[in-house]
Design a protein around this ligand. Structure first.
Ligand code: NAD
Length: 434
């Protein structure tokens, strides 16, 4: 991402704040505070490469706001990482944590690197070098990272190990998304898809849907997309279209989703098949492009791949009455009003994909107590939070006559505002309120 676009992404992010402020019950000071990330750290990470040469990588970590608790958010390894992008992502985390009521603020980190170009040993050295620079910045009570783009459970394990060595005490709660044997939580793997699934189940209840009459299209068949498609299929929903980066497939009466998952994970390819055990047969289906998938006549559209998929250019052609943003930022701010005008309901990313950070919170809680939960306990607690907060946002939307994204920001802003204002605002210090 070019620096100019990256600056826009932070401006765009805080633009949502001004919009939410009009409907929220908070002091202007709160908005002013939230426009400025609390801390931003830039680090240089020297790494000895396998051929003996030295390369110096640049990394960032931003803590946006910690009024409600330690900052929480992923670390991405990507060649296009910029500081404004990390700031925007940290800002979104503040709101995502608040909208589901977690006792966290928002943080984010990134290293400018293409990890595919590094050997495994180089990747480990880079990771440990980055943590060495962050050792006084992160911590279980201050800032708790997690995986993001191109970082995974093993990298989180290295980070936890390095931090523990530097501080000379085992500290699993410094990071989440770890491998299970190193203190990871059961149920983290499908948490994002599952959280979005619980949102849809609430909508099913409100709209009296009969699952076998509901046609669903899923863009992106990775971790989050596969899990939500699998859960909806198991409930009888008709998953009629799915896609990956190579394109999509469509079948009018719906796919057998477990077969699609089986073949995708075996062959890395999306193929229209029906499997009995491990024997798969090709079935009739239509090849479609990702653009066509978005515009299908379906009841629910689930973008679960990339940002900026529904834009001012295609928003008017979107036919699905319900869009569930599993990906971060799949609908641009220009597309939002066009979808709203056509009566489309967008379940916004900060709510719909908050299942991931919620189970990360559960991991942190388990690490701190040293008592580990069963998968059923994780699912039950996730369901309780997602259903409760979905309804808070939905009711806010209806009461204030605003779209669901603005409602999610209003709910979050009110919670953050309450925490900030309880330390006093100008009204208090000038004696205008008691
Ligand atoms: P993933 O890498 O497992 O899967 C991404 C999928 O998108 C892959 O199937 C890939 O082929 C597909 N894809 C890539 N480019 C595409 C394109 N142009 N058109 C259609 N499909 C394309 O990633 P994931 O973890 O499933 O994350 C997906 C989205 O959900 C991302 O936006 C991510 O930020 C968001 N998200 C994920 C989590 C999580 O816990 N996994 C949490 C919050 C948000």
């Amino acid at each position: 991402m070019a620096a100019h676009d990256a600056r826009n992404i932070f401006d765009d992010a805080i633009g949502r704040l001004d919009q939410a402020f009009q409907h929220a019950d908070v002091d202007q000071e709160v908005v002013e505070r939230l426009k400025h990330p609390k801390q931003a750290l830039t680090v240089s990470i020297p790494v000895r490469m396998d051929d003996g040469s030295l390369r110096v990588f640049t990394g960032y970590r931003v803590r946006h706001d910690d009024t409600r608790g330690p900052t929480k958010g992923g670390i991405r390894y990507h060649p296009d990482v910029t500081l404004p992008e990390v700031q925007a992502l940290a800002f979104w985390m503040t709101f995502k944590c608040a909208v589901v009521g977690l006792p966290y603020g928002g943080g984010k980190g990134g290293v400018i690197v293409n990890p595919k170009e590094l050997s495994r040993l180089e990747l480990e050295r880079l990771t440990r070098g980055y943590v060495e620079q962050l050792a006084d910045f992160i911590g279980p009570e201050t800032d708790v990272p997690a995986p993001d783009v191109y970082t995974n459970a093993m990298i989180m394990g290295w980070m936890m190990d390095e931090y523990s060595k530097i501080h000379r005490r085992r500290t699993p709660a410094v990071i989440t998304g770890k491998p299970i044997p190193l203190g990871g939580s059961l149920g983290r793997d499908d948490a994002t898809g599952r959280g979005a699934y619980y949102c849809l189940k609430e909508l099913e209840r409100k709209r009296n849907w009969k699952p076998d009459q509901i046609r669903v299209a899923v863009q992106g068949f990775g971790n989050a997309g596969q899990h939500i498609a699998r859960m909806l299929h198991a409930d009888g929903y008709r998953v009629v279209a799915v896609s990956d980066s190579q394109g999509g497939i469509y079948k009018h009466d719906g796919f057998d989703v477990p077969s699609l998952i089986h073949i995708k994970n075996e062959s890395r390819k999306l193929q229209a098949v029906y499997c009995t055990g491990s024997v798969c047969e090709a079935i009739d289906a239509q090849s479609i492009s990702n653009a066509e998938l978005l515009e299908l006549e379906v009841d629910v559209l689930i973008p679960a791949a990339l940002e900026n998929q529904i834009t001012a250019e295609n928003a008017e052609r979107i036919q699905a009455p319900v869009i569930v943003e599993v990906a971060n930022g799949p609908v641009t701010s220009e597309a939002d009003p066009l979808l709203g005008r056509n009566g489309r309901l967008v379940v916004p990313d900060i709510l719909a994909n908050a299942g991931g950070v919620t189970v990360s919170y559960f991991e942190w809680v388990q690490n701190r107590s040293g008592y580990y939960w069963t998968e059923e306990q994780v699912h039950a607690r996730l369901r309780e939070i997602m259903c409760r907060e979905f309804n808070v946002v939905y009711d806010t939307m209806q009461q204030k006559g605003i779209d669901m994204r603005t409602a999610a920001y209003v709910v979050a802003l009110n919670r953050i505002g309450e925490a900030i204002s309880s330390q006093g605002t100008m009204q208090f210090f000038t004696g205008k309120i008691k």
